[in-house]
Design a protein around this ligand. Structure first.
Ligand code: CA
Length: 261
């Protein structure tokens, strides 16, 4: 099986995209550079790179909008995306993380750092050594297939969230400090702040719905996965399905059947 070495670079400033492409090639990646968001989305319809480097200031569609569309599309929603933001644009960065960016760098950035972060992001998807599927209460985490389900329903999750989740699961019952989580889930990232961890955990919890309470906040320290999943009350299950559009009757009836585990 040949590994995907493609990296889509969405950046309209040639000086920057040339620099990124140069370093990517040095690291044996295969960069594809596009200058417009629309073009990026068109390409992603046809082929999937290992990751996307996305500038937020694009001439046509706003980078945030591009990211939103990437996350909305079932075909691309798990794709690792690193956003590039302008210095001082903290709002953009937070918005990007909220919409589903796995990571960010602020311009001007060190190409070396970008390479490390990209490698880190892609590593999260590496399926060479398949880790076991972990079942924990309503949660089922298949890291190898990059799949998380809550009560049988698939949850869309980013590479960073997956690493956060698996890290917490591996140490269930133990408190992990923000610093530990940073090292484990992000690797070498001196610029990631505690607020970033909190943003990711917040988003992860939101996605986990009825399993959100499995991740506990330990005030002033960090986060902990509960040692044992709590017993599930039927009312709790109903609550999470509330925001979903009711698809079919079949689906509704399926929901009422509790899983025998
Ligand atoms: Ca730009």
């Amino acid at each position: 099986m040949s590994r995907n070495r493609g990296i889509l670079v969405v950046e309209d400033e040639p000086a920057i995209s040339d620099l990124i492409a140069f370093h990517l090639k040095e690291e044996k990646w295969e960069p594809v550079v596009v200058e417009e968001g629309k073009r990026a989305l068109e390409l992603l319809e046809k082929t999937l790179p290992a990751a996307v480097v996305l500038d937020l200031m694009l001439p046509d569609i706003d980078g945030i909008e591009v990211l939103r569309r990437i996350r909305e599309n079932p075909h691309t929603k798990f794709l690792p995306v690193l956003i590039l933001t302008a210095r001082g644009e903290e709002t953009d960065r937070i918005r990007g993380l909220e919409v589903g960016a796995d990571d960010y760098l602020t311009k001007p950035f060190s190409p070396r750092e970008l390479m490390l972060r990209l490698a880190n992001l892609v590593k999260g998807r590496g399926a060479e050594a398949k880790p076991p599927v972990v079942s924990f209460g309503l949660l089922e985490v298949d890291e190898g297939r990059f799949r998380v389900t809550v009560d049988g329903e698939p949850v869309e999750i980013s590479a960073t969230e997956m690493r956060l989740l698996t890290e917490l699961l591996q140490h269930r019952g133990k408190v992990l400090s923000r610093k530990q989580l940073l090292q484990k889930a992000w690797g070498f990232m001196p610029n990631v702040t505690e607020r970033t961890i909190d943003t990711h955990v917040k988003r992860l919890r939101r996605k986990l719905g009825p399993a959100a309470s499995y991740i506990e906040t330990v005030r002033g320290v960090g986060y902990r996965m509960v040692e044992e999943p709590p017993l599930v009350k039927p009312s709790q299950r109903e609550k999470t399905k509330k925001c979903e559009p009711k698809a079919t009757d079949q689906k509704t009836s399926k929901r009422k059947t509790p899983r025998a585990t």
